[in-house]
Design a protein around this ligand. Sequence first.
Ligand SMILES: [Zn+2]
Length: 397
Amino acid sequence: MNKSRPGFRRTLRAASVFGLCFATLASPLATPMAIAQDLSAIKVPPRFSRPASNTDEGGLWGLMDREEVRLKRSPLTIQDQALKEYLTELVCRLSDGHCPDIRVHAVRTPHFNAMMAPNGMMLVWSGLLLRVENEAQLVAILGHELGHYLERHQVEQLRAAKNQAVLSTMVGMVGGVGGFLGQMGLMANMFAFSREHEARADRMGMRLMRHAGYDGREAAVVWDNLLAELQVTGGKEAGKRGDLFETHPATAGRRDELLQLAGDVGGELGADRFRKVIAPLRLGWLQDEVKRGQYEESLVLFERMLKKDPQDVEVLYARGEVYRRRDEAGDVGKALADLDRASRLAKAPADTFRALGLVHKQRNDRAGAVQAFETYLAQAPQAPDAGMVRSYLEELK
Ligand SMILES: [Zn+2]
């Protein structure tokens, strides 16, 4: 990516992201009845057979296959068996017979995104899994990605690539430096979809989601939540991070179209099932979110989460960490309030006490710091930073 010419990079960036991209639907939708008919008229094609390797599509599949091998070996690929099985189960429930051809990989990256390659490889970022609130919201995204796959948008994009030199440069770069994960942003742009493709993927996604019995309205909630995060920074950082915010301005319209498509029949949410699967992984994802350093956006996210559950001890800890790290006027007090409250709740993460110790230390509360650090060491004696915390304790005593 760094070796590419700035102009080239900008051209790629100007497009939208892989999979879920921001674009308005091509044409306004009419009455709810017309929409319902539209959705039922959308047909899911039969399974695809592997294209011959000497065709353009076959070449693309081969490239994706190689990247998938690399991806599976990457430390960023989340190996949690329960999560893998869950994501596969959801895709199978949605995909109307295509299940044997699709493989879902969860990747530990603190951004909101998902993507689908034409060879059946689907990627879901941990930043997305952290943000969706229930199974229906997750399924809304998986369904959209499946929409691109089922309608073979990636192959259409490949053939529509006017500038074959640019295309071969992209393919060459993806195959070369650093592999798939090193080139995630570039890969994302490789399948930057047109507005029409986005609209069609939204409709197919809604068709799959509703057919599987989910509440389609949750697709709009995903966009509402993302917009709320974006609005706090005014989108200044959008386009610099390879995530869903890249082409943000049209989102509001797309959200409304999704809501129209969803109708008001309701359906399943699957909130408990979703929460249970991600529970063992969520603290790590919250810590990734804090380390991302986009504190204003993180605060919007954490406040939304705490509104749902004010006793959510992991989020209280994470919000305390954001305040502690941001360290603007008044932040020490806010960090102390959150961390202290978290430390009194059952199942407070051990890291809560380390963070609390650091805040006390900053405030010159020696006794408080000693007590918090000692609790941390008692709970996490093998922590990588245990030695450092012991040296703090020696200083303080
Ligand atoms: Zn898309």
